[in-house]
Design a binder for this molecule. Structure first.
Ligand SMILES: C[S@@+](CC[C@H](N)C(=O)[O-])C[C@H]1O[C@@H](n2cnc3c(N)ncnc32)[C@H](O)[C@@H]1O
Ligand SMILES: C/C=C/c1ccc(O)c(OC)c1
Length: 366
């Protein structure tokens, strides 16, 4: 027998070696589950360093030395970059390839990280930064405490001195600007697809009010595609004040719980998921009043309807639901939950079009 060959030691006196394999596999799985936030933090780091944009500027792929030559990395940290890139490659943010001449190993953008390039028109960089913001991260750290707390504060409020997310944004301009930009990037991204896939939604419409329309990105995209539509954006004072008039959309400061300006179409994009069923019924009732007596009157909702044949989409929907639970008082809803709030708000019909990936476009009729 070879002297150097290690002698296998059984883990227990009763268990077989197959049991040990299963245990070790379970340990590895648990380790990955517990460490998943590090994947998020590595992504945040890549965004902070501008790595996707740097790869794009280098022609869509970049070697390690090329990245090191352009990224803002201190000399003594240069040896660490390959480890960050290795993890991000295994998690699918970047891909490995070889340079055109076949000599050098390079990092490439994937379909996902292409959406993080700052210079492409429909990038999701602001939205992704929003999801990764420390405000949300700190809120998630309070989730366990929140479940045990018998008060009404959200995890966000527990983490931020009792102030809810809308209050925090009226107090902190940087947070508000980041949030509005994050929503705007999602709206710019989806507007084009929604208009392309369902232009019929905006035919025969002469006026539209985007309730909780943020900085007006969605409304502007609609006016650009359908110049005959008169578009109004209703949002909180701190959001609409200071937006310069551009002649395309009009801004109104107000509270959607109290009043929604009359129009043919009321749009609610990513608004109802911020609110409880009771609040949604109240908002939708105001929206129904706004379209009353209009021939083509309808409410268009762009929001999640939980459930998808795609596991990836389903998972993204569930993450967003946890985010709503943690940051707002809202939730993502299944069709039967939407059905119930439409009925309670006095509508008679609805149509769900699952044409926007994670989100759906829902038309609701009085
Ligand atoms: C998640 S954001 C969605 C923004 C935009 N619809 C979009 O999808 O890009 C929710 C919006 O609702 C606005 N909002 C919150 N409470 C409101 C209220 N009581 N009345 C009107 N708008 C409100 C927020 O300021 C914010 O702009
Ligand atoms: C981390 C994300 C935070 C967030 C908060 C409220 C929203 O309505 C939302 O919509 C996508 C996202």
């Amino acid at each position: 027998m070879d002297q150097n060959q290690p002698i296998p030691v059984p883990l227990t006196t009763t268990g077989s070696d197959a049991d040990a394999d299963e245990l070790l596999q379970a340990q590895a799985e648990l380790c990955c589950h517990a460490s998943r936030y590090m994947e998020s933090m590595a992504l945040k780091c890549a965004i902070d360093l501008g790595i996707p944009s740097a790869i794009h500027r280098n022609g869509g792929s970049a070697s390690l030395p090329e990245l090191l030559a352009t990224l803002p990395i201190a000399a003594n940290k240069k040896p660490f970059l390959s480890r960050l890139m290795r993890t991000l490659t295994v998690s699918g943010i970047f891909a490995r390839g070889t340079s055109a001449d076949g000599t050098t190993s390079v990092y490439q953008l994937t379909a996902a990280s292409q959406l993080l390039v700052d210079s492409i028109p429909l990038n999701l960089l602001p939205f992704t930064k929003g999801v990764l913001s420390t405000y949300h991260f700190r809120s998630f750290l309070c989730l366990g405490e929140w479940f045990q707390d018998d008060g009404d504060a959200t995890p966000f409020a527990m983490a931020h001195g009792g102030t809810d997310v809308w209050g925090a944004m009226s107090l902190d301009r940087t947070l508000a600007a980041g949030f509005d930009a994050s929503m705007a990037s999602d709206s710019n991204f989806l507007a084009e697809i929604a208009i392309r896939r369902h232009a019929g939604a905006f035919m025969n419409v002469s006026s539209l009010v985007d309730v909780g329309g943020g900085d007006g990105s969605m409304a502007r995209a609609i006016v650009k595609a359908f110049p005959h539509i008169k578009c109004l954006v209703l949002d909180l004072p701190h959001v609409v004040h200071g937006i310069p008039a551009d002649g395309f959309v009009q801004y109104v400061a107000g509270d959607m719980m109290d009043f929604v300006p009359p129009a043919d179409v009321v749009l609610l994009k990513l608004v109802l998921h911020d609110w409880s069923d009771e609040d949604c019924v109240r908002i939708l009732s105001r929206c129904r009043e706004a379209i009353s007596n209009r021939e083509e009157g309808k409410v268009i909702i762009i929001d999640t309807v939980i459930g998808s044949p795609s596991q990836q989409i389903y998972e993204a929907q569930l993450f967003m639901d946890l985010c709503m639970m943690t940051v707002t008082t809202g939730k993502e809803r299944e069709e039967k939950e939407w059905h119930m709030i439409f009925l309670k708000a006095g509508f008679t019909q609805y149509k769900i079009l699952p044409i926007l990936g994670i989100k759906s476009l829902i038309e609701v009729y009085p």
